[in-house]
Design a protein around this ligand. Structure first.
Ligand SMILES: O=c1ccn([C@@H]2O[C@H](COP(=O)(O)O)[C@@H](O)[C@H]2O)c(=O)[nH]1
Ligand SMILES: O=P(O)(O)OP(=O)(O)O
Ligand SMILES: [Mg+2]
Length: 209
């Protein structure tokens, strides 16, 4: 089974507290989503490979570490995942960006894919799928399936708020995909919203409701 990690750093928890508040403005919501994504990316990239290289400091010749290994692709699930991209790219500036457009049918809660565009060499890259909310898990599972169909092999899922139902669903479907969240909430309500959650992340990010 894949790993599920809650990154509960105090700064992340504090920023998430503001994000959840229904009175937080669209502007602040956007900024906070990016800030939390940056802080989470630090932990999500912890297992990146390093190699030894020799350099000269102004004082001595020495052996130090530098990044090696797989390059990264960040793949937001549209729309809401877009809000996390800049935050991750701030830490991993060479990352390529793919996009997967997905909306949830409000009644059935089934995800529907409407757009996909990925870096050509996606099979060689470590892929970080980003979406603020993991609710039923349907959107994440379909996004991961679409990535695997196109050859992606090294996939991580990074969300802000997860519901137990979504974690269970992704772990069952994709035991090779580690999941990182800033919080594990209580449950889903009958409309498929995470409780307590933060509402519809896409609408709050883009001010569409
Ligand atoms: O509280 C919520 C729950 C869901 N969303 C949006 O839906 C998808 C994830 O839903 P799944 O049921 O896991 O497919 C996610 O992309 C969000 O955009 C939400 O905003 N708030
Ligand atoms: O998953 P949805 O339907 O909430 O999509 P969006 O992220 O566009 O709000
Ligand atoms: Mg939405």
């Amino acid at each position: 089974m894949s790993k599920f990690t809650v990154i509960d750093h105090p700064l992340i928890q504090h920023k998430l507290r503001i994000l959840r508040d229904k009175n937080t403005s669209t502007k602040d919501f956007r900024e906070l989503v990016n800030e939390i994504a940056t802080l989470m990316a630090y932990e999500v990239s912890r297992d990146m490979q390093l190699e030894d290289v020799e350099i000269d400091t102004p004082v001595a010749h020495t052996t130090v570490k530098q990044l090696t290994g797989k390059k990264v692709a960040v793949v937001p699930i549209l729309r809401a995942g877009l809000g996390m991209v800049d935050g991750v790219v701030k830490l991993i500036p060479a990352a390529r960006i793919g996009h997967i457009g997905m909306y949830r049918d409000e009644k059935t809660l089934e995800p529907h894919e409407y757009f996909i565009k990925l870096p050509e060499d996606i099979e060689k890259r470590e892929v970080i799928v980003v979406d603020p909310m993991l609710a039923t898990g349907g959107s994440a599972k379909d996004a991961i399936a679409a990535l695997k169909k196109r050859g992606a092999r090294y996939i991580k899922l990074m969300v802000l708020v997860a519901a137990p139902e979504g974690v269970k669903a992704v772990q069952a479907a994709d035991p090779d995909v580690d999941i990182f969240a800033a919080a594990l909430d209580d449950h889903l309500n009958d409309k498929g919203y995470i409780v307590p959650g933060l509402g519809d992340a896409g609408d709050r990010l883009f001010g569409t409701k």
